[in-house]
Design a protein around this ligand. Structure first.
Ligand code: PMP
Length: 390
């Protein structure tokens, strides 16, 4: 029954129907788009295309309504328990969202002597903007200290105990990632909150969780959620920031924050509808099982090392942290070469250092990341090729 469900939804991704069938295992970089998302973009551009928040004729009104509807849709998608208090801001992706917070929000809230926690083995997009914010404040004579987020060796999780010792009354802003883009683990955001206390503002880089698993701001005690629409089945250059409290300085002030990516927003609404209809819990279960299959297979191949948290098909689901991302390396073949070999067999994976920060892996890896269109057969075929390279 699960298989039937998956086959039906896989068939909605036009890109999977090429000959020979390409195996796309790079959904952590960007996701493929199902037909209803493409249809929504086409329909919008061919029936309604206008600017938002300005004109008063029907197309303009419909576009404004679409943008406002999508704001509400994002809140609903994130299980926002108090949508009247929160706000959403459209961006071109996670990097843009995090930078916007760093430029437009942080300077208004931080004072001399405050501390910001920066996770230096996360994606660069979750490091560079905070260091920029520190420089921006320093130029205004406000001295903000950067506290590097500690990690547990091997597991790819944050070291919550060490964090609790480092965090103090002046810890004002904490940047964390929901699912690590290299180590693949769910980063235990609850434990970060416990470690830093109730007062600190937590900003969540949800690039690898939104669109891949249920993400609930009713559950997660965070103040900002930042994600990329294009990693959640919507068109390129889409994304959003969700802020728990709408009050505060304007993001990117100007005429209605400039002209929004209206076709991207149309695709985002359709993508969120598609994901909700498919069921994010089931999508998560599917991709977690594929990742477990891959890590179990790799563990039997001596030439390979899997990065980050360990997981297994046999593991208790309650303790299994790995989501749908597996990064690994061959003990002798360089990752770039391995990626090239895999592509010659039809597998599209990412191979390099994956934009990881300076405290991350010093040598690259190959990363396989999945979405609902991937199948256990694809993972078996991948493992079969990897086996021949032992
Ligand atoms: N954060 C994480 C954890 C990511 O994986 C990525 C994308 N690889 C980003 C931020 C940046 O996202 P975008 O390219 O949409 O700006």
């Amino acid at each position: 029954e699960l298989r039937e469900w998956q086959s039906r939804l896989r068939a909605q991704f036009p890109i999977t129907t090429g000959h020979p069938e390409p195996v796309y295992l790079d959904s952590a970089a960007t996701t493929q788009k199902p037909q209803p998302v493409l249809d929504a973009a086409w329909t919008y551009l061919t029936t309604t295309n206008a600017n938002a928040g300005r004109g008063t004729y029907p197309w303009a009104n419909r576009t404004t309504a679409l943008v406002e509807h999508t704001r509400g849709r994002i809140k609903e998608f994130l299980y926002d328990p108090a949508p009247g208090l929160s706000s959403t801001h459209f961006t071109s992706g996670t990097t843009d969202g995090l930078s916007t917070i760093a430029h437009d929000w942080i300077p208004a809230y931080l004072a001399d002597g405050d501390e910001i926690v920066v996770p230096e083995a996360d994606h660069q997009a979750n490091i560079v903007p905070w260091l920029e914010a520190q420089r921006l404040l320093a130029r205004r004579g406000v001295d903000v200290r950067v506290v590097p987020m500690p990690y547990q060796a091997g597991s790819g999780d944050y070291d919550h105990r060490a964090l609790a010792e480092l965090a103090g009354a002046r810890t004002r802003f904490v940047a964390v990632t929901h699912v690590h883009h290299v180590y693949g683990g769910d980063m235990n955001v609850h434990r970060v909150r416990q470690a830093v206390g109730p007062e600190a503002v937590i900003c969540l880089d949800a690039a690898q969780s939104v669109g891949h698993m249920p993400v609930s701001v009713a559950d997660l005690d965070v103040d900002f959620v930042v994600f990329s629409g294009h990693k959640a089945l919507a068109l390129p250059s889409t994304g959003a920031v969700w802020a728990r409290h709408a009050r505060g300085p304007a993001f990117r002030p100007g005429g209605w924050n400039g002209t929004p990516n209206t076709v991207g927003i149309a695709s985002l609404t359709a993508a969120l509808d598609w994901l909700d209809a498919a069921g994010l819990g089931r999508i998560e279960g599917w991709t977690v099982a594929l990742a477990a299959r891959l890590t179990d297979g790799l563990r039997h191949l001596d030439a390979y090392e899997v990065l980050g948290c360990q997981t297994s098909l046999a593991a208790d689901s309650a303790v299994q942290r790995r989501r749908g991302i597996v990064a690994f390396r061959h003990r002798e073949i360089a990752s770039g070469d391995l990626g090239f070999i895999l592509f010659s067999h039809g597998f599209m994976v990412r191979s390099d250092s994956h934009c990881q920060g300076s405290a991350g892996e010093k040598t690259g890896s190959v990363r396989a990341s999945s979405h609902l269109h991937n199948t256990p057969e694809e993972i078996h075929r991948l493992l079969a090729v990897l086996r021949t390279l032992q």
